[in-house]
Design a protein around this ligand. Sequence first.
Ligand code: ADP
Ligand code: ASP
Ligand code: MG
Length: 404
Amino acid sequence: MARIVQKYGGTSVGDVDRIKNVAARIKAVREAGNELVVVVSARAGVTNELIARAKAVCENPSEREMDQLLAIGEQETIALTAMALHGIGVEAMSYTGAQAGIFTDQVHTKAKIKMIHAHALEKDLRAGKVIIVAGFQGMGPDGQTTTLGRGGSDLTAIALAAAIKADKCEIYTDVDGVYTADPRVVKDARKLSEISYDEMLELASLGSKVMQSRSVEFAAKYNVVFEVRSSFNTNPGTIVKQEVAYMEKVVVRGVAVDKDQAKIVISNIVDKPGSAAKVFKGLANAHINVDMIVQNVGRQGIANLTFTVPQTESAKAIKALGPILKETGGDVTVDEKIAKLSVVGVGMRTHSGVAATLFQALADAGINLELISTSEIKISVVIQTDRADEAARLAHKAFDLDKL
Ligand code: ADP
Ligand code: ASP
Ligand code: MG
C-alpha cells in the first residue's frame, strides 16, 4: 500500500465524461489498496472565463474579490469528482483549500503557502476515503480566500505531498510528460524520462507552462520527487528529481518560449551614478518583475537602458516610470511583439560553445537577436514574436534534441 497524491489539470477534468474518466482511474488505484489524495483544477477555460467576466464588470477589479471569484472554478470540480466517485461506489470527500488546512500569506492572487494542517484530511484518508482537494486556493491569515497564482494546482499537489509525506506525487495533464520543447510547437519534440529540478524550474520560469514554476521551486526545496504523466493513457511520464551526475552529459535538455513578455527601452537617460538605481527602485516599488537588463555604453553623458517585463505589467511599468524619468531624463518605448527564447541544460556548466551554436542557427535564418542573457544553465534571447515558433524549432534541431 502506498500513499499517493495525484493532480488532474483543467483539460483532464474538462467535462463530465472526462471527470468520469478520472473517477475510473482513481477507483482502480484505490482498489489496489492505496491511500489517495487527489487535487483537481478548474475545468479548462473556466479560470480565464471568470477573469474575463471580472474585467467586464470592473476595469480594475479588487484582488480580494478576484480570489473569491477564481476559487469557484476548483470548487465545482472537487464536488463533481467526489460525486462521480460515489456514483461508482468509491467513498470520497471533497475539501476546499481552507478545509484541507492550506494556510497562505495574505497576498491575494499570488499567495504563498505558509503551512498545511492536514489532520482532518488525514483522518478521513486513514478511514479509507479518497480525498479530493481544490487546487490553486488556500486561506489567508484572516480567514480570507486566497489563490496561488496561475497554474497553482500544481503547487497544491506538491505541497500536500510534502505535508502528508506521500510515497508518490503524480501530475496528470494532457501531454505524456515533459518534452524537449512544447510538443504543440515543435512536432519532433521528445519526451524526457527524467529531468532535474533546476532544469524544470528554468524551463517553467522561461515559458514552458507544463508545470507552474513556483511548484517546482517548492518541490526542490522539500525534495518532493514527482512524475508528470497523461490522464488519457498509461504511458510512463517524466520523473522530476534532484540532479544526478550523468545528467550533465546532455548539454541542452530543452527549449522554452515565452510570448508574454514586453521590451521596454529608455533612450537618452542621463548617464551618471544613480540613474539605473532610480529606475529599478521605482519599478520594484510598483512590484514589477524585471528581467534581462541591458545598458549600452554611454556617450556624451547619455545612455540607453533596455529590459523586459511581463506583458501584463507593461502599462503599470510605464506609469511607474513617469515621475522617475522627469528626474533622470529619457524617453520610453514599449514593444509587446517580442518573445523570449531559451535553451536550458545543466550540461552547460561543463560544455562550451552553446551560445555560438544557438546564435548561428538563428542567424542562418535571419532572425535578429535584440537582447541576450545567460546564466549557468540557460541562454535566453529576445526576438520578434512572429519568428518565435520557428526559432524554437531551429534551436531544437541545432542541439539535436530530436535525436535523443
Ligand atoms: P494542466 O491544465 O494539466 O495543468 P497545462 O495546460 O497547464 O495543463 O500544461 C500542459 C501544456 O503545457 C501542454 O498541453 C503543452 O502544450 C504545454 N507545454 C509547454 N512546454 C512543454 C514541454 N516542454 N513539455 C510538455 N508540455 C509543454
Ligand atoms: N485553474 C487555475 C488556472 O487556470 C489553476 C490551475 O489550473 O492550476 O490557473
Ligand atoms: Mg497547468
